[in-house]
Design a protein around this ligand. Structure first.
Ligand SMILES: C[S@@+](CC[C@H](N)C(=O)[O-])C[C@H]1O[C@@H](n2cnc3c(N)ncnc32)[C@H](O)[C@@H]1O
Length: 384
């Protein structure tokens, strides 16, 4: 008879959806499992793939007594927030994914090392970075040049760490005269500058001192990333970040192995106004670029019509670029407009099914966010 092994959950698991995802990610490797010890542990029949479990799982602290990679990775953290490890914390982007959830979802959709994950609304780059850490190649797309810049810096700086450090005095203390030629170095300090703009406009902080402290903390995080790669022998994935429109994706038909994304939640957040300080500092005309941002165009009720039309195009494009039988995960929330809840989630399901997707799962994701305000979102899993 095969031996039984015990897996313990990480201490930070607190929400039901996390427990559900933990179970699903484990099931995708081995369906023969049992939940024990009041939901904090799982028992599994040993099928010899414990090394894979240790390397890939997102919600588990120990696997048969050995710590998981994730347990160690979360500790490379320059912030106070448990989920903002490595370079995830860079730039205070509103509506970031929880990276641990992305890792679990990649396991659930069974995306393999060397395969390609795509996020057509990449935002601050969470999905792409998390894929890279796990050894999965990833493409991220966003209409916002700021998002493209942030996502590049989070995923590409580790290759340019020595150069970034070499130019520290030049950027931080205005010493030396020679500008770098390396795009990665320029991007790195540009994002530090954008963070200082954000600190100044949102929190009234001093620009110069914020710039120095943000840049130093960013360098420490990139160093952490480099050290984690060496220490845990991570085979990181290749990444590509593209500026472009999700309604017209510049990728070939059936060219990606999985999609995990979170589009704008209807008209809930104005991504142009929200990052106006940084976009302006980068030299963009907000009125001009706003026209291509989904959920921002139009006024009043017309905004909803335009949103639905735009998203239909985006979901059709996602369907087109995804390989047959592969999965597309959409994280979405309903919005309230003039006191009425708009069921964006059901619209997504209807629209995706019309295009040809099969709905595999609809999971509720309820959390208590900032100031203990309840946030309800949905994780939708579709298959082509
Ligand atoms: C909910 S956010 C994504 C956040 C992301 N999951 C993260 O972890 O940071 C939605 C993103 O859609 C982008 N967006 C809006 N219109 C777009 C379009 N037409 N094409 C591509 N991206 C667009 C916005 O710039 C925003 O970054």
């Amino acid at each position: 008879m095969k031996e039984t092994k015990t897996l313990k959950l990480l201490d930070n698991i607190q929400f039901i959806y996390e427990l559900a995802l933990a179970r699903l990610e484990l099931q995708s490797f081995n369906p023969d499992l049992k939940v024990t010890n009041d939901f904090r542990e799982f028992e599994l029949k040993d099928d010899g793939n414990f090394e894979t479990l240790k390397r890939r799982l997102a919600y588990f602290k120990t696997i048969d007594g050995d710590y998981s990679d994730y347990y160690y990775l979360q500790k490379y953290n320059q912030t106070k927030s448990v989920n903002q490890y490595l370079t995830h914390w860079i730039y205070p982007y509103k509506g970031k994914f929880h990276p641990q959830m992305i890792r679990a979802l990649m396991n659930i959709i069974k995306i393999q090392n060397g395969e390609k994950l795509f996020d057509p609304f990449v935002g601050s780059g969470t999905a792409v970075l998390e894929a890279q850490i796990l050894g999965i190649n990833a493409i991220g797309l966003d209409i916002s040049p700021l998002c493209v810049l942030i996502s590049k810096v989070k995923t590409e700086s580790v290759d340019a760490l020595d150069e970034i450090k070499k130019y520290k005095d030049f950027y931080l203390f205005k010493k030396g005269v020679k500008e770098p030629s390396d795009e990665k170095v320029k991007n790195f300090y540009k994002v530090a500058e954008m963070m200082a703009h954000s600190d100044q406009s949102r929190r009234g902080k001093n620009f110069e001192s914020s710039f120095i402290s943000d840049a130093l903390k960013m360098i420490a995080s990139v160093e952490d990333y480099g050290n984690a790669i060496k220490k845990h022998n991570l085979k990181i994935g290749k990444t590509k970040i593209l500026e472009g429109d999700a309604r017209k994706i510049n990728l070939k038909d059936e060219s990606v192995d999985g999609i995990i994304t979170s589009p704008p939640y209807s008209i809930a957040l104005n991504y142009v106004a929200n990052d106006a300080h940084s976009l302006k500092a980068l030299g963009y005309d907000l009125e001009k670029i706003k026209e291509d941002f989904i959920g921002v165009r139009g006024t009043g009720l017309n905004k909803f019509e335009l949103y639905d039309k735009d998203m239909k195009k985006a979901y059709s494009e996602m369907y087109r670029v995804l390989k047959k039988n592969k999965y597309c995960v959409v994280v979405i929330g309903n919005v309230t407009f003039q006191g009425q809840e708009i069921n964006t989630t059901q619209s997504v399901i209807n629209c995706c099914e019309k295009i040809g997707f099969k709905t595999i799962k609809k999971m509720e994701k309820i959390i208590y966010g900032l100031y203990n305000v309840m946030q309800k979102e949905y994780i939708l899993i579709f298959q082509k």
